[in-house]
Design a protein. Structure first.
Length: 199
């Protein structure tokens, strides 16, 4: 366990090239190398987190949760575990979903983030789907997108964007990489969420 006192700077380095730092009064964790969470099945939590351009943060079991501000300019990966972001994800980076991983974006992401499905069995959960502005790629059969606390009354796909409606209100406008058509998608209501799969 790491505890940062006021104004402290902590640097950890190894001969394997892993470099992590905790800097400043706000307790921001800066990752410039490789951060691996999992193996013991325990959940890991960070308040403020910055993933630098060379950074990789990956979870293989349990939950890796970012509860505060999250900037991703590298790669965040849910590989058979749950990667959860409570606040909006900013920056220009990759959000990978491998194995049977789940990426849970409670407050969405800005347009600089790309969600990449890697294995055909991943889940993207969106807490506020209207706040997700990122790009989605490699979405195939077996993958799933869940729009939490959302009711769907109609949907359409045009110009690489899947639009979900609740009455006259747009509740999601999901941007996909080129190559998809409307027939590639199935949209259904499941309890209090909308589930999107590849047909």
């Amino acid at each position: 366990m790491l505890t940062e006192s006021v104004g402290a700077t902590l640097t950890m380095e190894s001969r394997h090239g892993r470099v992590v730092r905790i800097i400043g009064r706000s307790g921001v964790f800066v990752n410039e190398g490789t951060l691996l969470a999992g193996g013991d099945g325990r959940d890991k939590f960070f308040t403020g987190f910055v993933n630098a351009g060379s950074g990789l943060a990956s979870v293989t079991s349990g939950t890796l949760a970012f509860l505060g501000a999250l900037t991703n300019n590298g790669t965040l990966e849910a590989e058979d575990g749950v990667l959860r972001a409570k606040e909006i994800v900013t920056g220009t980076g990759m959000l990978d979903i491998g194995g049977s991983g789940t990426l849970w974006l409670n407050a969405g992401s800005d347009a600089g983030q790309t969600v990449d499905f890697l294995a055909g069995s991943g889940v993207l959960e969106l807490g506020v789907a209207a706040d997700f502005a990122g790009l989605i790629e490699n979405f195939v059969q077996g993958d799933q997108i869940e729009l939490r606390a959302t009711t769907e009354t109609g949907w359409s796909f045009a110009n690489n964007t899947l639009t979900v409606m609740e009455g006259h209100r747009i509740v999601a406008a999901l941007h996909f990489a080129a190559g998809y058509t409307q027939s590639d998608f199935s949209v259904s209501q499941s309890g209090t969420m909308v589930v999107i799969t590849h047909s």
